[in-house]
Each structure stands twice: as structure tokens, then as C-alpha cells.
Design a protein around this ligand. Sequence first.
Ligand SMILES: [Zn+2]
Length: 400
Amino acid sequence: MDRLILTGATRIYGAGAEPMREHALVLEEGRIKAVVPIGRHPTDAAVLDLEGLTLLPGLINCHVHLCLGGEADPARVLLEDPPALRAIKAVLRAKQTVEAGVTTVRDLGGVDGIALAVRDAIRARLIPGPRVLAAAKGICMTGGHGWRFGREADGPDDVRKAVREQLKVGADVIKLFATGGVMTPGVEPGSSQLTPEEIRAAIEEARKAGRRTAAHAQATDGIAACVDAGIGSIEHGIFLTEPIATKMVTGGIALVATLIAPERIVNHGVKAGIPEFAVRKSEAVHARHVESFQMAMRHGVPIAAGTDAGTPFNPHGSIVPELALMVKAGMSPLEALRSATSVAARVLGLHEETGRIAPGLAADLIAVGGDPGERVEALDDVRLVIANGRIAVNRLKGGA
Ligand SMILES: [Zn+2]
């Protein structure tokens, strides 16, 4: 893309506190060059007319697994597929993701280095997809949650080594499994797993390399240990407490709740083919999960949108189902939009790159019908997606 003008949008979100009107965007070499009053844009460029649409930053999903496909038992499918097929499926999921208006994802754990390869192929413009930050393998204790796909490590020294291994293969972020969870048989969400010493060692190693960290943390003690050690984000955070929420605010530690993940498991149930252990555990924690989300909101914990895409009946693509649940739990639609744009970008350390509409940032932009600031469901009416300066979807009048 040389130069492109986006004009005529009814409203623009992400360019300031209030929706902006009567402005055009000038894009150049894949970036936002300028935001100018309509009519004041250069005339020597291609123009896309967004009449009647809402323009906003591309969406960010802070928690996906490109290796998992959202089948009733995704782990079984993954383990049965040969590695080449796993990679092909991940490529298709990346395409599906960007076509839904999600222009950045953080992949929190997979196998065979697939998410890293998908990331690099997208970056090299070989395949369509969102910007990917990838964790390579998640780090768990021996037999702990995530062991079927993770790197099992025991003791601070081994955990350090496990972190170094992920850095060596090119991980952008380090993922820890601090507690039990729903999708692994034989472990409980309410039990702590990695020790505080192990968690501290992992975070220290990541920090030395300038990488951020994220922890699957459901049990109270495990969440507390991660927060005390200075984790970047708490994933799920099911058994959060008021004192921990206060510490998260002080430390600027985000919650990525992934409300949709247990919700889908509970709604579909065993009859749909989801393993019984996952259904039983999800049912047990479901209500407490929503309470913790609301607790975090009340305290002002930064909340970033993430879906855990790939878990049962939780496919890659739209993050609207998660945003709708966040709204149902009490968030305003505008806050939900921020959690999937500016707040998410900050949590990922990408706030100078994406998540807002401002000169100098990457051209990660979407246009949708309706007003998602009133109704997040409007985000599913995707008319235009520009991901890192490339048009991924164009359903505008006269568009290809
Ligand atoms: Zn996950």
C-alpha cells in the first residue's frame, strides 16, 4: 500500500476519549500517517469511503491457542493430527481471525513451534493473519495443568531452563501454568501448582530478556504468588480475592478473564462430546469466575479481552462473544471496546504500535456497520479490515 485515504466514517473510536467525527485517515507505508479534518486530506491517493460506518482500531485477542481448533475435545484432535496437518489448520485459524477484525493475537501455548512459524509467515507476508505474539510452550510442573502440550519443569533451576528454551526458539512472551485448570484431566482449578520460588525464577528470566509474562492462574494462592512476583497478566483468575485485586491495581497487573471458555463448556456439556472432567470442573467454577471478573472491575484492575480460542466450542475469529459476556457482567460497551484495543495493547507492550488511532501507529483498522460503542455485537458486521497496512477484508460498496 502506497497511500490510502479512509474517509466518510460516521464515527471514529480509539482516537481520543470521545468518538471523533468528520475526520479522515491518511495511511502510508502500512502506518497511520495523519488524522485530518474531512476535505483536508491529500488528493493524490486512493480513497475508501466509509459512509455510514464506524472506524476503529483493529481488535486484540490476548489469549488464543492457534494449535487448538475449538472442537468438543480439541486436545484429542491435536494429539491425533500429524504435525503438518496441525500447522495447516493453524494457518487457516489465523486467516479466520484477521477476517473477523482481530489484527493482533497473543498465543499462549502450543506445540511444534507452530504459532511461532505462523507469526513469522504472517510477518513475511506469506499468509494472511493478525500480528502474533507467541509463547511457544507454556511452562508447567510435572503432571500439572497443561502438561500434554507444555514444558514440564520442576524446581527454580529447571524452570529457568524451561524459560530459556522458549526464549531460544523465539518466544515473545513467557506463559506459566501456575495452578490447576479445567482442560487437563486429574488436576483441579483450585489447587496451586508451580511454587512461588519457581514463579519468581521464571519471571526473572523473562525480564532479563525483556519479555513479558502471563500466568494461567485460577487458585487463589497461585494468583497471589504470580501477583507478588510481578507477573504481567493473570489469565482466567477464577478465585480472585479483594486483597489480590488491590495489589493488581497497584502493580498494573492485568486480568484476562476468558469468560467465554468455561461458559461454552457449561452450555454445550457432555452431550456435545466435551470430556466429562472439563464439564464438571467448569460447572463448579463458572459463577465464581464471573464474580471475580466483577471484583476486578470494581477495583479498577486493567481488564484485557481474551477468549482462550481453541477450547471446546470456542472457535478462532470473532471476540464478540467474550465482549458480550463482559458487558453482561457489567462493563459498558465502550469499556469492552477499550479492553480489546487500547488496554490490550498496553498489556501486550504494543501501545506504541497498535490499539489506538494515532499518527505513527500501524495501520490496524476495522470498519463495521452500526455503533459498537452502543452494542458490541456491531463488531460482527465487519466491512473492512486493514491489518498492518494490508487490506484483509473489503466489503465496502464497490470493494473487491
Ligand atoms: Zn489458554
